[in-house]
Design a protein around this ligand. Sequence first.
Ligand code: NAG
Ligand code: NAG
Length: 412
Amino acid sequence: MMALRLLLHVALLGLGTTQSSVQGRRHFHRPVLAWPSFFDANSPLEVQEIIQIPKNGSSPLLVDVQVVVSNVFNVDILRYTMSSMLLLRLSWLDTRLAWNGSVYPRRMVMRPWNSLWTPGLTIQEALWVDWQDQSLRAQVDQDGHVELHLALTTETNCDFELLHFPRDQSDCTLSFYALSNAAMELEFQAHVVNEIVSVKREYVVRDLKVQALPQQLVPCFRVTLRLQNTALKAIIALLVPGEALLLADVCGGLLPLRATERTTYKVTLLLGYLVFHSSLVDGLPSSSSCNPLLIYYFTILLLLLFISTMETVLLAGLLACGHLRAKSSPGPAPRGERQDPGNPGPNPEEAPRGVQGPWRSWAEAADHTFFLVYVAGVVCSQFVFAGFWMWTTCKSDPAPGKDAPHGGQPRL
Ligand SMILES: *[C@@H]1O[C@H](CO)[C@@H](O)[C@H](O)[C@H]1NC(C)=O
Ligand SMILES: *[C@@H]1O[C@H](CO)[C@@H](O)[C@H](O)[C@H]1NC(C)=O
């Protein structure tokens, strides 16, 4: 908000002298005692002059920036955003504001920020910025050193690397641009201080870096925050139920094939897993590159459960078919024939010897083989996934703007 106002201010200055001089004068506080001669002369032109950027010969004006990160909250991986609170301490030298100490013996004065030149800052990644600029004042000392403190809350876009979610770590950047100045006029010297005290966070800031970006037409500096996910919630809410379902499914293979409960059991597990899967897909972010490995893991889990349920249903169907055949052929199945009218289908208690011959032994042998293969498959899939988890790395595709010949950073 403040950056915008500053920009507007500079724009107004460029538009017309009468308008800007009125704006400049409204906030003009003149000290009682001998202020530097510059302010004694009340001409609009001179008031306008101190709102221009101070000159430093042929080299750019050096503005020292200290970025204090006081909080990072609300990291939203579904929307790829992060909210943070920062304090910027800007300082520079504007000799036009210096005064004669023996005439006006104050060491330091406060002045409204819009009565002198201040750099207007814009954050490139920001969705919104809330500059807390009520009664904002700049400190000016005898020699003309200006110090300005800006507090801001902002929500910014961040390309989280979620391949290893929920143990992910990403670098988020905040690029500050002084769009109203050219790089020949202004240069930033940035430092960063970590003053985050709260640790009760899902995402913790592991590292903070700041760098001034050279070779830009607009002066800028970039703060990089390394965020690490420390949440246990995702592991408890996602991995544990998934593994438990898989284990329950493997144990379901121990039920005899002739028991009708086995089909019911497996279908119930599959249904339960489908509900879990859909809520899980809602809870995981997706992007065009480097999706979380967990998405693939849970899809493989779904396939495994599906295959095992299908096998149970198919073999139970084959058994029922064999049972019918056994029933229709006379001789070998007298008891099954006697007891079965009105009760079709495989039934362990009532027709144990009814389903005889090649069908039953074949189905049970197949079921036994499948069980062994399935257990091996499940164990293998876990190891393969663990291997993928350890060794896979992913480099996100470059942003579309980075590839284009004139893309990238804003230029004037
Ligand atoms: C002016 O530029 C010189 C050389 O870059 C630098 O050492 C000096 O601090 C600058 N002065 C101000 C007021 O920025
Ligand atoms: C400051 O003011 C005193 C008294 O008017 C004068 O003697 C002195 O030269 C001034 N100093 C500067 C640096 O202008």
